[in-house]
Ligand binder design. Structure first.
Ligand code: HEC
Ligand code: HEC
Length: 299
C-alpha cells in the first residue's frame, strides 16, 4: 500500500476487544447472582482476586485495558482534581502541549475559542467565542460530543494537516449541500460527489476520500463507509458490523455540525499536530469520558 497511514491499526479493534471482555464478564461465573449481595460489600481488592480466580480478568492491550477493567468497569469515582491535572499536563492524551497552554480563559484574545479548560466551571461552560457551545452534557455518554470528538477523531482525509483552512470553496460545497437538506440532485452529482473521489480536494497532498472509503467491506474500506455513491453516503458507517438500521449516520440533512462527514472534515484532533496513528482510546481519554458520564462533578 502506497499510503503509510493505510497501515494504521484499525480503529474498530479495541472496541471489539472490550466488547468481548464485557460479554465474557456477563456470561461467566454461574454463582454471580448469588454472590451479588456479598459483592456489594466486598472490597475492590477482594472482588479483583475473585475475578482473577474465575479467569474473568483479561488484560489485552496494555494501559487502556487496565483502565477499562480496573477503573471504568468498577465505576471508580473520578475526581475533578485528576481531570484538572490532565488539563495542565503535557502529553496527557498523546504527544503535545498541555491543553491549558492554549485554552486558559474565557477571553478569546488570549485563549483559543474563549475556552477555559483550567477550571471546572470553564470546562462545563465550553467555548465562549461565537458560535459559543458546551463541549459535553454532564451525565451523558460524551463519545459523539465536541470535547471527546476533538480527542478521538482524526481529521479527514486522514493525515490532513492542522493548518488547512476549512472554509475554502470545496469545503463550503459539502457544508452547504448538507445544510440545504443533502438532496440527491443534479448539483450533488456534478459538484459534490466528485469531490470525495478527487485527490487534493480538501488540502494539498491529501488522498481522495474514496481511496479509503470505497465500499461496505472492511477491509479494505475503513468503517465500512462507502463515499462513492449517494446511497452509500446516506447509509453511513459500519452497516455490516452493526446492521443496516444501526449504521452510524454520517450525514444529518440540514445539520452540518451534527454530521460526521463535516465534523471529520473540519475538526482538528487535539492537541494540534498529534499524529493519527496515536491511540484514539488513550487511557486518560477513557478516564475523562468516565468523569463526564459520572456527572462532571467539580469536587
Ligand atoms: C497549541 C495550542 C492548542 C493546544 C495545546 C490545544 N488546543 Fe484545542 N484548539 C486549539 C485551536 C487553535 C483551536 C481552534 C481551531 C480548531 O477548531 O481546530 C482549538 C479548538 C479546540 C476545541 C473546539 C472548541 C469548539 O468550540 O469547537 C476543543 C474542544 C479543544 N480545542 C480541546 C482541547 C483539548 C482537550 C486539548 C488538550 C488535549 C487542547 N485543545 C489542546 C489550540 C490548541
Ligand atoms: C488514508 C485513509 C483515509 C482517507 C483518505 C480518508 N479516511 Fe476517513 N477514516 C479513515 C480511518 C482510519 C478512520 C477511522 C477513525 C479515525 O482514524 O479517526 C476514518 C473514519 C472516517 C469517518 C468516521 C466514520 C464513523 O464511524 O463515524 C468519516 C465520516 C470519514 N472517515 C470521512 C472521510 C472523508 C469525508 C474523507 C475525505 C475527505 C476521508 N474520510 C478520507 C481513513 C481515511
Amino acid at each position: 500500500m502506497k499510503n503509510p497511514l493505510l497501515a494504521l491499526v484499525r480503529d474498530g479493534q479495541p472496541r471489539l476487544v472490550l466488547g468481548g471482555v464485557l460479554l465474557a464478564l456477563s456470561a461467566t461465573c454461574a454463582s454471580f447472582t448469588a454472590q451479588a449481595d456479598e459483592k456489594k460489600h466486598a472490597s475492590l481488592a477482594a472482588q479483583l482476586i475473585h475475578e482473577i480466580k474465575e479467569g474473568r480478568l483479561e488484560m489485552k492491550d496494555g494501559d487502556s485495558s487496565i483502565v477499562q477493567e480496573l477503573i471504568i468497569n468498577k465505576n471508580i469515582p473520578i475526581t475533578y482534581r485528576y481531570i484538572n491535572t490532565l488539563m495542565h499536563t503535557p502529553n496527557a492524551f498523546g504527544p503535545g502541549a498541555a491543553c491549558v497552554t492554549c485554552h486558559s480563559s474565557t477571553n478569546p484574545s488570549e485563549s483559543y475559542r474563549g475556552l477555559d479548560l483550567s477550571t471546572c466551571e470553564g470546562m462545563r461552560r465550553g467555548s465562549t467565542e461565537a458560535p459559543a457551545q458546551a463541549l459535553f452534557t454532564p451525565g451523558k455518554d460524551p463519545k459523539r460530543e465536541t470535547l471527546v470528538r476533538r480527542l478521538r477523531n482524526n481529521r479527514m482525509p486522514l493525515g490532513a494537516a492542522f493548518n488547512i483552512p476549512a472554509d475554502t470553496p470545496n469545503y463550503l460545497l459539502v457544508r452547504d449541500w448538507i445544510a440545504a437538506g443533502a438532496k440527491n440532485d443534479a448539483h450533488f452529482t456534478s459538484r459534490v460527489l466528485p469531490l470525495f473521489k478527487q485527490e487534493n480536494a480538501f488540502g494539498p497532498n491529501t488522498p481522495a476520500c474514496t481511496q479509503c472509503h470505497m465500499s461496505n467491506q472492511e477491509p479494505p474500506s475503513f468503517h465500512e463507509l462507502d463515499l462513492t455513491t449517494y446511497d452509500g453516503i446516506m447509509l453511513g458507517a459500519d452497516s455490516v458490523a452493526k446492521g443496516v438500521d444501526k449504521a452510524t449516520k454520517v450525514i444529518i440533512p440540514g445539520k452540518p455540525g451534527d454530521s460526521g462527514v463535516w465534523q471529520h472534515l473540519a475538526e482538528n484532533r487535539m492537541p494540534p499536530g498529534i499524529s493519527p496513528t496515536e491511540n484514539r482510546d488513550h487511557p486518560n481519554t477513557l478516564i475523562l469520558m468516565q468523569w463526564i458520564k459520572q456527572g462532571a462533578k467539580c469536587q
